[in-house]
Write a protein that binds this ligand. Structure first.
Ligand code: PEP
Ligand code: MG
Length: 367
């Protein structure tokens, strides 16, 4: 479908924009998605999943080396190969978004997706790292997990391998400085830390991002503004949101993982039996589609309230799939969120739903 709004539809969208209070951003990491979303009226990127950028065939070799290297030196060598790619990724996104907010989430992979699988891939990474094949097979076993979605992912990876987040932060700052020098209007990147469960994780990673920022500013002689925030996607993070808010400029609710962890339902497997639950009325609706107000929603409200008690101007958004679901958007308006973020083709629906939420009395804040 050509991403173009015209005629009566465009007029309807303008009316909706005149009413709504919630901003509408998009989840995008490719230039095509970012451009499409802008044509649909997205007012920023609310979630750039950087792990998706790592699957590019031109870089997967370096990504595997980064994960498989047994030393920091080995990881840093692979990361220095990835840095130019990442810098260009962000230059492209900043250019397309032309000053609109861009939230970049640091790496959050289920680790198994980056591990070499076939014998051929293991041999390849062994050759690249100058390691022997048996050592690489041991490394795969060491890094393999029984339940990767609850394992070594999100900021846990940034804590254990800080050089990965360091490279990404450097790529973001170097890209923002380059755009600033070129256009005299530097973007204000919003750097987002995923899967935070304790305030200490955020303190450590914020300090790391700040350190890299200072290095890049000193090297380039150019200074930019930036924000550092966190995803709230674990019940513990929601319940301790006041402590976490001390180190955060914004929260973005990751309601996909929050639903998974609140219900104890696997995101990847629930579809196998969940339709039976909804058919029989055991659950009113699929909680991965529409926010479960009593559980997940209650945690969103608790976190919003606790966070804003510490920082009245804490920016709040949602970037789980629910950000494009009209019923959930109504909930977000009532909960006082500033914006929703959804996939590009859902942006028009989100604009409409946000207007309906405002007319119904929800969403009385501005971002
Ligand atoms: C989420 O968990 O809601 C989220 C947006 O992150 P992801 O879907 O990438 O885990
Ligand atoms: Mg998540």
């Amino acid at each position: 479908i050509e991403p173009k709004l015209s005629g009566d539809f465009a007029t309807l969208m303008e009316w909706a924009d005149g009413v709504r209070k919630l901003k509408v951003r998009t989840n995008a990491e490719t230039p095509l998605d970012a451009e499409t979303a802008r044509k649909f009226g997205a007012e920023g990127i609310g979630l750039c999943r950087t792990e998706h950028m790592f699957f590019d065939p031109a870089r997967i070799g370096a990504v595997r080396q980064m994960i498989m290297a047994e030393t920091e030196t080995g990881r840093r060598a692979a990361l220095s190969r990835l840095l130019p790619f990442q810098r260009q990724d962000f230059v492209d996104l900043f250019r397309i978004m032309a000053g609109l907010p861009v939230t970049i989430r640091l790496l959050d992979p289920p680790l198994h997706e980056f591990l070499p699988h076939s014998a051929e891939e293991i041999e390849e990474v062994a050759a690249d790292l100058g390691a022997d094949v048996a050592a690489m097979q041991r490394r795969v076993t060491e890094l393999s997990e029984a339940n990767p979605m609850l394992g070594h992912r999100g900021c846990r990876l940034g804590i254990t391998f800080p050089e990965i987040y360091e490279m990404q932060a450097r790529a973001i700052f170097e890209a923002a400085v380059a755009i600033g020098k070129e256009t005299h209007k530097a973007p204000v990147p919003e750097i987002m830390i995923p899967l935070v469960m304790t305030k200490r994780e955020l303190e450590i990673l914020r300090a790391l991002v700040d350190k890299v920022a200072q290095e890049v500013f000193a090297e380039t002689g150019y200074h930019i503004e930036y924000l550092v925030g966190t995803m709230i996607e674990l019940p513990r993070a929601a319940l301790t949101a006041d402590a976490i808010a001390e180190s955060a400029d914004f929260f973005s609710f990751g309601t996909n993982d929050l639903t998974q962890t609140v219900f104890g339902l696997s995101r990847d497997d629930a579809g196998k039996f969940l339709p039976y639950y909804t058919e029989k009325g055991i659950l009113p609706k699929d909680p991965f589609v529409s926010i479960d107000v009593d559980g997940v929603g209650a945690l969103v409200e608790i976190a919003a309230e606790k966070g804003r008690k510490v920082k009245a101007d804490l920016k709040l958004g949602i970037c789980g799939e629910h950000g494009g679901d009209p019923a959930s958007i109504h909930f977000c308006g009532k909960a006082g969120l500033d914006y929703v973020s959804c996939s590009p083709y859902r942006v028009p629906i989100a604009r409409l739903a946000a207007a309906q939420a405002a007319l119904a009395g929800g969403g009385d804040r501005t971002a």
